[in-house]
Design a protein around this ligand. Structure first.
Ligand code: ACK
Length: 669
């Protein structure tokens, strides 16, 4: 005989809507049906004036973490349309709901997204197309209630509609989209954004890129449109037109304009406004001819100056070797040589050399230095400074426990300094991880592995996401996973993960949790505990880097100055919670720790539930008592594996911090 039954519906649904997301939250049902396996489903409908005439929302809406089987009483909805009404029906379920013959009671809420956004973008015109690029323009919305902040242009290959899409932004009502495939049909849609959110997308427009032989100057009428827009003066227009018609320089002009437009677009895309006098990064993909980019940023080396000594590893494109580089009048220097293996196609050559075009723009002691390239003979090579200790992750694993905290902080300081330089240049790395940092014989750490999307294609850690990109989930900020919002703030999140990798001597972030579990845990507020022996101040910095709101994360300049202070004042690395109230000049509150309710919850969260009985049998039945345990206690209750001891002890440190935090704030667990 059992009293179990289906739960009552959820209560008190509230919502919060901002620019791009709609957050729904509710209270658990008053009656859980006598069971603990409570979950929620959220169903979205769009209803007309007659409530009987509802239809299900299309697949365009995205639910984070998902629409069904929610464990927490909240969900985030993305990609909704402005000026629309959505009705969300939320139901509670438990293991016996399926058996109930009654219609399931739901709690419904209707939300209007009519936030005063701009009206629709209408016709999107193609101005011109080349093999790899298409230029589009459209009319600005007439009399928008609020000024348009920018436009989002979504595009995808017509043939692969269901697989993925890319998007980019433009400040003005025109854009040049690069990196497209030749002779391929693409679908484009544009929407505008104001301070209150997005408009709905424009209708779909289909345009095709040119073929391998296409000439950008073929469409003379469109050339004139661009010239008019760019120059703006009639007289100049006439002169230029005559000049172009006589000399056939149109192609040159468009390329030059495209280059300068696209350079500008790249900076804005990164949210980076270039300051006069400060060098900014130029995306090599904005060059029609990638070889030109390589030669602009990298020196061509005569291969007779290179002596290859041995193979030290394998890269995506070919072997990585060590060797020597001779430069007339200078001392021979040790170098690493990346080679492009034979039989490559043009695209591989371009992808391979893209890294050199990026690296060649940087000049900083914590960024790997490019010596030059060999492109005029075979094999094609990229020559960089030699880093005796190889990649940081394997180096730390090899030397587990060998360094002082100050040495580790020194390494972290170097990485932060390199990242500060990159973010000042307007470059977003997207794949910052210990495996992509190299270490030299003086323990100097340098950021390496450049190449934007290609880096992610090569990275064995990168996994495909629903938004179509390939992303190293464990290192990536939630907004970059959810909607590819990569920025220096998402690099700061990755930097926090690198800090954790360093302080745990190369431990894998989130251990063997699956990528999906990592995404869900982060969404639920879980953050990596401090590694064993990690000063609280450093864990606090990591937690700052992992703030959900990207605007609250510290800037790299804050991180560098914070680490500098720690290095100048090593005793701060021994201090505990009361000394860690915030970073200098870093915005945002000290983040709260997730609160665990029971010992079981806590062990589950660190994937160590197999030891639950050991804790119970030894009398450690409350989180309070566990927070007092030492490493000897952990060993004594039967945790014999070093990796497990390490994980449990580091989590106990966090637990201690959490309990202290709770006491300070007056919360009750
Ligand atoms: O961990 P590792 O020894 O360091 O193995 C990898 C391998 O090549 C494949 O990437 C090593 N490697 C890459 N670049 C350099 C470099 N500039 N100096 C020394 N080793 C390098 C890397």
């Amino acid at each position: 005989m059992t009293n179990e039954g289906p739960p009552s519906p959820p209560r008190n649904v509230v919502f919060n809507i901002n620019e791009t997301s709609l957050f729904l939250e509710w209270s658990p049902p008053s009656d859980t049906g006598g069971r603990k396996d409570l979950t929620y489903n959220v169903l979205c409908k769009r209803c007309g004036a007659d409530p009987q005439e509802c239809e299900l929302c299309g697949g365009d809406l995205r639910f984070i973490p998902r629409p069904q089987g929610l464990v927490n009483a909240s969900v985030t909805v993305l990609d909704f349309t402005a000026h629309a009404n959505y009705t969300f029906e939320i139901e509670s379920l438990n293991g016996v709901s399926e058996m109930s013959s009654f219609p399931r009671p739901v709690t419904a809420i209707t939300i209007s997204t009519d936030q005063g956004g701009p009206s629709l973008v209408g016709v999107v015109r193609k101005d011109w197309a080349s093999q790899n690029s298409i230029a589009l323009s459209w009319q600005e919305p007439e009399q928008p209630i609020l000024p348009v902040l920018d436009y989002e242009i979504k595009y995808y290959e017509k043939e692969h509609e269901q697989l993925s899409y890319s998007s980019t932004r433009a400040k003005a009502p025109s854009v040049i989209i690069t990196g497209l495939k030749p002779s391929t049909r693409y679908i484009f849609q544009v929407r505008a954004r104001t301070s209150t959110g997005y408009s709905s997308y424009s209708p779909k427009f289909e345009y095709e890129t040119g073929d391998e032989t296409s000439d950008m100057a073929a469409d003379q009428g469109q050339v004139l449109v661009i010239v008019t827009a760019a120059v703006g003066g009639f007289t100049l227009l006439v002169i230029l037109t005559l000049f172009f018609l006589i000399t056939g320089r149109c192609q040159w002009y468009i390329k030059a304009k495209m280059k300068s437009d696209e350079k500008r677009r790249t900076h804005y895309q990164n949210g980076h406004i270039p300051f006069p006098g400060i060098k900014t990064y130029i995306d090599p993909d904005t060059y029609e001819d990638p070889t030109q980019a390589v030669h602009e940023f990298a020196k061509e080396i005569d291969p007779s100056r290179i002596r290859i000594e041995r193979v030290i590893g394998a890269g995506e494109f070919g072997e990585v070797c060590s060797g020597r580089l001779r430069t007339p009048g200078k001392k021979e220097i040790p170098v690493a040589i990346k080679t492009l293996k034979g039989g490559y196609v043009e695209r591989q050559r371009r992808d391979f050399l893209r890294e050199a075009s990026i690296m060649g723009q940087f000049d900083h002691p914590n960024i790997i230095r490019l010596e030059g390239v060999v492109t005029k003979s075979r094999p094609v090579m990229i020559v960089v400074e030699y880093m005796e200790n190889g990649s940081l992750d394997s180096f730390l694993r090899k030397h587990d426990g060998h360094f002082t905290v100050i040495q580790l902080v020194g390494m972290l300081r170097g990485i932060a300094s390199g990242m500060k330089y990159l973010s000042d240049m307007g470059y977003v790395h997207r794949d910052l991880a210990a495996r992509n940092i190299l270490v030299n014989s003086n323990l100097v750490c340098k950021v390496s592995d450049f190449g934007l999307s290609r880096v992610l294609e090569d990275d064995p850690e990168a996994a495909y996401t629903t938004s179509g990109g390939k992303i190293p989930i464990r290192w990536t900020a939630p907004e970059a996973i959810a909607y590819r919002k990569f920025s220096s703030a998402s690099d700061a999140w990755s930097y926090g993960i690198v800090m954790w990798e360093v302080m745990s001597y190369g431990e894998r972030p989130y251990w063997e949790m699956s990528n999906q579990d990592v995404i869900l845990s982060i969404e639920e507020g879980y953050r990596l505990p401090a590694p064993m022996g990690c000063p609280v101040a450093l864990h606090q910095l990591m937690l700052h880097c992992w703030q959900k709101e990207r605007g609250h994360r510290p800037k790299f300049t804050d991180i560098v100055s914070f680490l500098d202070k720690l290095i100048r004042n090593p005793s701060s690395l021994l201090t505990l919670v009361e000394d860690i109230q915030g970073l200098p000049e870093s915005p945002g509150d000290v983040p709260e720790y997730p609160l665990f309710i029971s010992v079981g919850d806590w062990l589950d969260s660190i994937k160590m539930s197999q030891y639950k009985n050991n804790f119970m049998a030894a009398g450690f039945t409350t989180l309070d008592s566990i927070s007092t345990m030492s490493i000897e206690d952990v060993r004594r209750i039967g945790v014999t594996l070093i990796g497990h001891q390490r994980r449990i002890v580091s989590s106990i440190q966090t637990l201690r911090l959490q309990l202290l935090h709770v006491q300070e704030k007056g919360f009750h667990v």
